[in-house]
Design a protein around this ligand. Structure first.
Ligand code: UD1
Ligand code: CA
Length: 492
């Protein structure tokens, strides 16, 4: 079928080692208001898989090695320009002050560029396009010697997209927008993906002729197709075999739909590379995450930002990792960690909160209801239960007893705590920083430690216990406690 045309052509040409065609100019249209998003930020800055919509698109464009990249900006232009300066510093931006349609946007971009060659035009809101599809499209356009080509797709539900009206010769007669389409045209399921290739001279000659006599009173870029047809410079439809790549985002339902497609794409890549994902529908992994083979990810987990997960690690269930490094054979269960390094063989969770600057060395442990920030837990050391560790350096093979608090804040400033190797901190110790506990030292359970404890010493910082014999029998005479005490032989 024509649905697999790109694929077949591509394979045969790859075998022959044909040099890939290059385009002179890529124009990305990103000036629109994005009204349907109902958002206070720009549409193209909404995120999928940890990258903005436009960043996803430009990631697919980059390997094409186009000579020039122009992005048309308008709505929220400062935000968009600022973002582009980070993700695509070489991109040129053109400002479309009056958002009079995709045709107006393309006119501006084209006018600001001198030079011939092939122009690739893309909508900024199609983040699922891949380099491979774009390159195949470019190569087909070149090999067919087209003056204009439109990437088209067959959609199960074409509502909202421009429909492709083909002429008797198979070329495109015109593209009709949903809002201007007759009922019979709405039945057509071949749509305009918003991806076009034009020979720049041909495009420049007709683009000034488009008019806004349509239902939206806009200049439609799509109208150049019928203008070209009139002068027998036919535009050819090149049908993509994977419509999911060409979906555009106009509202939040489409944002979620595209995010789910991207999620599946990313998860599939990891699974094929040897990662076990128990429930791919509830596992969200950002595009920038690196995961080695033999990692197992349990359901309802998300791994985002620049995280790196090493071989043999176990993540989840219900775990969120943001910009974290997890060492080989470590496990992170039912936990939330951000900007933390979890060493090889370390155990985290369940219910652990690791904040920025946490470093767990190899074989260490951060257990249930433990919060750690800006601290290092040395090799083999354990913070097993119910503790807060802030601004601390803990040495090797030390044990921090349950419910220990590193009291790092005096109300105005944060202070450091240092714990040596082979230290045993008794349960419920308050370590009032700044304070240092020497190698091999102990603290007594329930201590408030606000002075250094030298190596090998035990620090005891609590009131000595006093037992007042017979107190209950006297002060709670007829109570159940008094009765129990009497039964046990207690005397007044
Ligand atoms: C457009 C196409 C439609 C196609 C669909 C594919 C037109 C007239 N229609 O419709 O045939 O099926 O894309 O996704 O082109 N933009 C500007 N300046 C403007 C208006 C829009 O830069 O004045 C930008 C937008 O930011 C967006 C892109 O152009 O990135 C497409 O605009 P949008 O309003 O989303 O067009 P669609 O209605 O989706
Ligand atoms: Ca759109």
């Amino acid at each position: 079928s024509s649905g697999s045309r790109i694929d077949t052509w591509w394979r045969s040409h790859q075998v022959k080692g044909v040099v890939m065609s290059k385009v002179e100019l890529v124009i990305v249209l990103a000036a629109g208001e994005g009204t349907r998003m109902k958002s206070k930020s720009a549409k193209v800055l909404h995120e999928i898989a940890g990258r903005t919509i436009i960043e996803n698109l430009l990631a697919a464009v980059k390997p094409l090695e186009a000579k020039n990249l122009t992005v048309v900006v308008g709505s929220h232009k400062d935000e968009v320009i600022e973002h582009l300066s980070k993700i695509a510093p070489k991109a040129k931006t053109v400002f479309q002050e009056k958002r009079n349609g995709t045709g107006g946007a393309a006119q501006l971009a084209l006018a600001s560029h001198k030079g011939d060659g092939t122009v690739l035009i893309l909508a900024g809101d199609t983040p699922l396009l891949t380099t491979q599809t774009l390159q195949e499209f470019i190569d087909l356009h070149a090999s067919q010697k087209n003056k204009a080509s439109v990437l088209t797709a067959l959609l199960p539900d074409p509502t909202g997209y421009g429909r492709i009206i083909r002429g008797d010769n198979g070329a495109i007669l015109k593209i009709v927008e949903e809002k201007d389409a007759a009922d019979s045209e709405k039945d057509i399921d071949e749509i305009n993906t918003g991806v076009y290739l034009f020979e720049s001279k041909v495009l420049s000659a007709v683009i000034s002729k488009i008019q806004s006599n349509n239902s939206q009173k806009e200049l439609y870029l799509t109208d150049v197709i019928s203008l070209l047809n009139d002068q027998k410079d036919f535009a050819h439809a090149i049908l993509s075999n994977d419509y999911t790549e060409t979906l555009g985002i106009n509202d939040r339902t489409q944002l979620a739909e595209c995010a789910a497609i991207m999620r599946d794409r990313i998860n599939n890549q990891h699974m094929l590379a040897g990662v076990s994902i128990i429930d791919p529908t509830t596992t969200w992994i950002d595009a920038g995450v690196k995961i080695e083979a033999d990692v197992v990810i349990y359901p309802s987990s998300s791994i985002s930002g620049e995280s790196v997960i090493k071989s043999g690690a176990i993540i989840g269930p219900r775990t969120t990792l943001v910009d974290c490094e997890v060492g080989s054979d470590a496990s992170v269960i039912e936990s939330f960690a951000t900007k933390s390094k979890i060493g090889a063989g370390a155990k985290v969770g369940p219910y652990t909160y690791l904040r920025k600057g946490t470093v767990l060395d190899s074989d260490s442990k951060a257990g249930a209801f433990v919060e750690i920030k800006n601290s290092t837990v040395g090799k083999g050391s354990k913070v097993a239960h119910l503790s807060y560790v802030g601004d601390a350096q803990i040495g090797q093979e030390s044990n921090i007893g349950a419910a220990t608090v590193f009291v790092n804040y005096d109300g105005e400033n944060k202070h450091q705590t240092k714990i040596g190797d082979q230290v045993r901190i008794g349960s419920d110790t308050m370590l009032v920083a700044p304070v240092t506990i020497g190698d091999g030292a102990y603290t007594a359970a329930g201590s408030v430690i606000n002075e250094d404890v030298p190596a090998g010493a035990i620090g005891i910082g609590r009131a000595r216990q006093v037992n007042i014999l017979g107190w209950v029998l006297k002060k709670r005479k007829d109570s159940k406690s008094a009765a129990a005490a009497k039964k046990a032989g207690a005397k007044e």
